[in-house]
Design a protein around this ligand. Structure first.
Ligand code: AMP
Ligand code: ZN
Length: 462
């Protein structure tokens, strides 16, 4: 079943229509957080992507099932070879790793809520789906796509999957031996590009499980194959994640899932580009990490982040700044004041037309900047009545998610600003255009925009 939503598919490098392959609902899988630290605003950009997709699909009347995993075990650190990210954080905090994981998981849900992201249908935890992973690994061994290495870990045999590299472009013959893109013991596997599905526990005492291959823990990539195949019934209509996950995470997931099912499991691979902050990559080591709670701490509406993210196309790299966030915060206030409780005639035809045009932009590869451009043009359009504008804003907000109907206390201008407005009004009425223009500039400087209409002077906050 067609959905009308077209997105850029990383594998075919082209725009493809999202389809509901079972004719009922669109089955979506989005890679979730590794819960050993707070999600930063960049991570949230990627999580917003699945929200925009599901909101756009639901807006056109489709049903969706969205699964987002919680990685609370098994994500190996690139720099700390013998430990994974969860365990190294647990050691640093001298706490139980699962306790830390639950704390960060709760914070993740709180961030999603503050950013207006509708919850996924399920948030399976890696630590609670070990059985699913074990049966998938057994199946892959049976089908000769995986083997037990000399260290007791189970490895996926990359060469057993002929389509390896089709997603990321990293073909096996270009992956040189010694290129460490995946943690492994030296010499334990048959081929340098093979990766671990199950790692034997070795000296590790925490976060380990029993398995047919002895005590151990899962590799990172296997969880997403196991969860998506099980919870989405063997097929994924749309798979979402940040661009850094394209390789090796998604390349390996594709190999595992396709090898298990003997078919192309994922129809469309959607990747969101990264977010920079004040021109720099966000990383803990460089101290350049911004959280949603940092915005809230300085009284910025968390939805100002959502508006900033909407101003940029998901597949372009974006540079976020404090200035942009502050401007977005003011814009949101202005819009909410403008669209608050207006009564009057609503032109249903105009409302339907405007909304359809904005929704069309979202359906065309989530062109949110263009949809916002139309929104702004609508807001300024003198031929659309205030009540119709409100109706348009509230309807398209089902996709934008900016809480445009939220009540705000209208800010009253100061005494001196009211006085300036009165002086300008009389200057204008007495046709003293020079003085009235100067006063308009003065009012502009203090954040007030004046307009002359046939019924007299009107003003609004900038
Ligand atoms: P992680 O918790 O590190 O596994 O990341 C969760 C999601 O955020 C993944 O889909 C990453 O690809 C994505 N991600 C990480 N850094 C950024 C960034 N700076 N901008 C956008 N997405 C990111
Ligand atoms: Zn994943």
């Amino acid at each position: 079943m067609k959905t009308g939503l077209k997105l850029y598919d990383t594998k075919s490098k082209s725009i493809q229509e999202v389809m509901a392959s079972d004719d009922k609902s669109i089955r979506i899988y989005c890679c979730g957080p590794t819960v050993y630290r707070d999600a930063h605003v960049g991570n949230l950009r990627t999580f917003l992507l699945s929200d925009l997709v599901t909101r756009t699909l639901k807006f056109s009347g489709h049903k969706t099932i969205l699964i987002q995993n919680i990685t609370d075990v098994g994500h190996m650190s690139e720099d700390i070879v013998a430990e994974d990210k969860m365990l190294s954080e647990a050691k640093a905090q001298s706490r139980d790793p699962f306790e830390i994981a639950r704390d960060y998981e709760a914070k993740f849900h709180n961030d999603l809520h503050n950013l207006g992201i509708d919850p996924a249908d399920k948030y399976p935890r890696a630590s609670e789906t070990i059985d699913l992973m074990l049966s998938l690994i057994s199946k892959l061994i049976e089908k000769k796509h995986a083997y037990v290495g000399s260290d007791g870990s189970v490895y996926f045999a990359a060469q057993s999957f002929p389509g390896y590299g089709e997603l990321s472009g990293n073909r096996l013959d270009s992956l040189k031996p010694g290129h460490r893109y995946e943690y492994t013991e030296d010499g334990a596997k048959n081929f340098h590009a093979d990766w671990a599905l199950w790692k034997s526990a070795g000296n590790r005492k925490e976060m380990i499980w029993d398995s047919p291959w002895g005590l151990g823990f899962p590799g990172w990539h296997i969880e997403c194959s196991a969860m998506s195949l099980d919870l989405l019934n063997g097929h994924v209509d749309l798979h979402i994640g940040g661009i850094d996950l394209r390789f090796p995470h998604h390349e390996n997931e594709r190999a595992q899932s396709n090898a298990s099912e003997d078919k192309e499991v994922v129809d469309l691979w959607l990747h969101g580009e990264h977010l920079l902050f004040e021109g720099r990559k966000m990383s803990k080591s460089s101290g350049n990490v911004v959280l949603l709670s940092d915005l809230i701490a300085i009284d910025l509406d968390p939805l100002s982040l959502r508006l900033c993210l909407l101003e940029n196309r998901y597949r372009s790299q974006m540079d976020l700044t404090w200035d942009a966030l502050k401007t977005a915060d003011l814009t949101l206030k202005k819009w909410r004041e403008k669209f608050a409780d207006i009564s009057g005639e609503i032109d249903l035809e105009v409302v339907a037309l405007e909304v359809a045009q904005m929704a069309m932009d979202m359906n065309l590869d989530l062109d949110s900047p263009r949809a916002l451009q139309k929104f702004r043009a609508m807001e300024r359009n003198q031929n659309i009545s205030p009540a119709s504008k409100r109706a348009i804003a509230l309807k398209i907000d089902e996709i934008f998610g900016l809480e445009l109907s939220r009540k705000v206390v209208k800010r009253e201008p100061s005494e001196s600003a009211l006085e300036l407005l009165a002086i300008r009004d009389s200057a204008r009425k007495s046709k003293d255009f020079k003085a009235s223009d100067e006063l308009r500039d003065e009012l502009h400087k203090i954040g007030i925009a004046v307009r002359d209409t046939p019924s007299g002077q009107e003003w609004d906050w900038l």
